[in-house]
Design a protein around this ligand. Structure first.
Ligand SMILES: [Zn+2]
Length: 262
């Protein structure tokens, strides 16, 4: 009997990612996560100093890159007859005044770039690499996998709606950690090496379709690695761990990305 009931439970706990075609752990539905994201994003924006694009060239650049990367993703999905996978996306792009070297994208396309990362991004091509990478984590549902793992470990694998109604503070905390949107270094969960490389690979493709130069990824990650030789590890590297083999891997992804360039 146990055998019979265990199978549907296991099946329920996995979903197929439309981008990779691979099955992955997903205890919470992407729709539920998008709803949660929309609320958390609104609160984050309210609590932070958002720089308005009409008054600032960098904020305008963040918006321009965001719009182009979103259009590139939509084109790719549409070319693959997969547009329904993006139906819950309501893209938003904001630059916030914060010295943290960080950027992220919540489910549903809710993007934040911190002013602290701009000196490392340095130019629009590199910003496209950053945003492309973050958007890939959201599309690849990496946060969903981490959220699902945490919910199994800490809340006993209950449904997201149950967790939110019974333990709202703990559930929101798990969400912030899973998506790297918390403010304390050390409590945010790092993405795995495999997830990082997967996000790198697709991020380069979005940058190429959007008309940016994917080769800039090499220079950007070089600058990020140099920054880690300082006293403080940037938030971005704490959630997106990097090592010397990453740039070598990125080089092998470049031909594929360049084939998408017009
Ligand atoms: Zn990453």
């Amino acid at each position: 009997m146990l055998y019979l009931t265990a199978i549907p439970l296991l099946l329920m706990g996995c979903s197929t990612n439309t981008l990779t075609g691979k099955s992955q752990l997903s205890l919470v539905s992407e729709t539920e996560l998008q709803t949660l994201s929309a609320g958390q994003y609104k609160e984050f924006i309210k609590a932070h100093a958002v720089i308005t694009p009409s008054k600032d060239a960098s904020a305008l650049m963040v918006q321009r890159v965001g719009v182009k990367i979103a259009a590139a993703v939509e084109k790719y999905y549409s070319d693959k007859n997969n547009k329904s996978a993006l139906s819950g996306f309501a893209w938003e792009y904001n630059l916030v005044l914060d010295s943290a070297i960080n950027a992220w994208c919540m489910p549903g396309g809710k993007i934040v770039v911190y002013t602290g990362i701009l000196p490392y991004a340095k130019n629009e091509n590199a910003l496209a690499i950053v945003i492309g990478h973050e958007v890939s984590h959201a599309l690849l549902q990496h946060g969903n996998q981490r959220m699902s793992e945490s919910m199994i470990q800490q809340l006993g694998g209950v449904a997201l709606s149950t967790a939110l109604s019974k333990k709202p503070a703990e559930t929101q905390d798990l969400f912030m950690k899973a998506y790297g949107v918390g403010s304390e270094i050390g409590i945010m969960l790092p993405f795995s090496r495999k997830q990082e490389l997967e996000a790198d690979r697709f991020g380069l493709i979005w940058a190429a379709i959007a008309g940016y130069d994917p080769n800039e990824a090499i220079a950007f990650w070089g600058r990020m690695q140099q920054s880690s030789s300082g006293q403080k590890t940037p938030e971005f590297l704490s959630t997106h761990p990097s090592d010397e083999t990453r740039i070598e891997k990125i080089k092998t992804y470049l031909p594929e990305a360049m084939s998408y360039k017009k």
